[in-house]
Design a protein around this ligand. Sequence first.
Ligand code: PMP
Length: 396
Amino acid sequence: MSSHVLENFLKENLEDLKGKGLYNEIDTLESANGPVIKINGKELINLSSNNYLGLATDKRLIEACNEATKTYGVGAGAVRTINGTLKVHIELEEKLAKFKHTEAAIAYQSGFNCNMAAISAVMDKNDAILSDELNHASIIDGCRLSKAKIIRFNHSDMDDLRAKAKEATESGLYNKVMVITDGVFSMDGDIAKLPEIVKIAEEFDLITYVDDAHGSGVLGKGAGTVKHFGLSDKVDFQIGTLSKAIGVVGGYVAGKQDLIDWLKVRSRPFLFSTSLTPGAAAACIEAIDILSNSTELQEKLWENADYLKQGLKDIGFDIGNSETPITPVIIGDEVKTQKFSKRLNEEGVYAKSIVFPTVPRGTGRVRNMPTAAHTKEMLDQAISTYKKVGKELGII
Ligand code: PMP
């Protein structure tokens, strides 16, 4: 017999969400998550994936995945510290360190997992974390798990960060103080002010932690936001995901050898959760090799992003202040934003609406993620669909 308390809790809360229109219906893809996707038998131009470079369907990665699967099987069979460390995991970590210009790296099963692992392995209840108010959910949860005092600073507000860093370090209340930020903020596409953050960190001896999920493979000739600013030796934790530009799945920390050695003995998802599948690890190695040897895909990504941004701007949309391929089309009103996204979908363009509470009230937007795999024809079609729907809803 199931619990009545649980049944009532679920019923009430699900009904409440559905009543408020906040229950997220999840779409099922009948195709790969490429530049064109198929949902309910209908093909749509896809502007919602994080498959920035199109590597998720790249034949070279598929081949590498298949080969490793034949050699090692589909599963790693154990956690890393028992006997789930395979040669492909070590090779991946060596490649990641080289790619990120650090002494060493450690791989996790996802980017989310990585933040849960890394923050709490180093920070505890006697410490404080200065966290940008727009940091990703996995950073927020990782901070909470550590039990450190969380001090939020206003988004990319360096005066606020400096004042809070001064107060925290001079209070004498904390053993260690960390500053933590996304490298690229995923809702607006703006880049963290890393040179200033590093300067403040040097002044107050803060530990620096940058989650570059959306910058890796995109900025710094692929090496990410930290490299983009030439700060590879000044950031303690460089976090990345293997699921976006790299096109596979997994996460990692790149940093000094001692840090990685410590994470290998103290970070709980590394110790207690089965390692990345061999096929995924091998596909990631292939992706890093591709990115290390050529910037062709990044160039294509930026070319496509600039094209889409200019096209949307030219027809009168507000595309915010993105500094990266992330292209928000800011509509404002939540209901209108959702309607806009639905109409785009009906017209053959898949671009998700993002509204409160993910972004502040009144700043609803349709977020577009152009990739290297889109053709100009696809982008032209998307832009003309935007024009049609924008006129229809009185936005342009
Ligand atoms: N950090 C940031 C900043 C992200 O945007 C994401 C992905 N949404 C993650 C971590 C989680 O990465 P993954 O999907 O690999 O778990």
